[in-house]
Design a binder for this molecule. Sequence first.
Ligand code: NIG
Ligand code: FE
Length: 412
Amino acid sequence: MRTLITNIKQLHQVESPSVAIPGHITRVSGKDMALLPYIDNAWLMIEDGLIHSFGEMGSLADNQADDVIDATGKMVLPAWCDSHTHLVFAAPRDAEFVDRIKGLSYEEVARRGGGILNSARRLNAMDEEELYDQSLVRLHNVMAQGTGAIEIKSGYGLCLEGELKMLRVIRRLKENVRIPIKASFLAAHAYPVEYKEDKAGYVDLIIDKMLPVVAGEGLADYIDVFCEQGFFGVPETERLLEAGWKYGLKPKIHANQLHHSGGVQVGVKHKALSVDHLECVAEAEIESLMGSNTMPVLLPGAAFFLGMHYQPARKIIDAGLPVCLATDYNPGSCPSGNIPLLLSIACTQLSMTPEEAVNAVTINGAAAMELEYEMGTIKVGKKANLILTKKIPSLAYLPYDYGNNNIERLIY
Ligand code: NIG
Ligand code: FE
């Protein structure tokens, strides 16, 4: 099966020897984040779901295809890679949203039994079928907005059965939807009520009873911990990450959302694939990321929705580090998985340029879930999971025209 896209106004994020960054790109960092190589007036051939070839319209020789898409006036980009979501959940938390507007903080809501514990009660009361159906609708919605690879976490079960239910739902999504999906095991998201006075007991339960089953059934790709004051401290995080590694689960952790919790340093020390959130980042955290392979993943959608201060993206990029952006799609701190809106927030609030923001949700998003060899750039042999935009004047128009839908469709 061959599909040919012709007359593409601009084909973005192309990787080929003739453009600015030669060689195989696995992530972009520092000043390189400002570069987004593109071809004007381009074509691209898809064969059996992979990028077969591409170039300038003048170079199109072999135009035999089963299907031709005329992209006059439209852009093509690699699909968004959303490397941090909690897309499987049972119910919205709009009442807490109103409580916070009236003055309660996110942490106060959590201390009163709302927040993650509220989501856990709802999830444990819902059957797997309904949870799957709801999650599938959400997944299709974000795909319509251009997401072509996604990571999804457990963490609203907080008991063996509930965590397994979530991870099985993620596995069914993997089986039934043809985009790459990665699963992270996040039982260490909050302490369940029964363990309020026995925190070490809950960590033991995760390590001794949950991890062996989750790993044994191959239900997770990564282990995650909400490393934060009032949640899981550095010593607990270390125990959990060491246990995860024993089962071959790499860490991808929540770090430094609410405090300078030591989460970044502990993530780097335990060779985390990524440390995510990073609202609270200063010199010490940047220092620890320098020279490591751990990807800093910023979740400004959560800072936006909780009315918190934003992540210091400029400081991180100017230090020469890579930046990845992800949505954090979840019912508490960011009930949106809309990446075009995330790009607008990154540009207006984090002072990232449109090119930096697009790099952060394509190649760096792919790297933050180990998909850099199959997703994230336009390269021969990579998956042809592509965004076809509507007619737009420039790449910058995507984040500029915020709140409006300029994605015509995801090709996958
Ligand atoms: O990434 N911070 C921890 N976990 C999620 C939110 C979970 C929730 O409030 O339901 C986050 O923001
Ligand atoms: Fe999160």
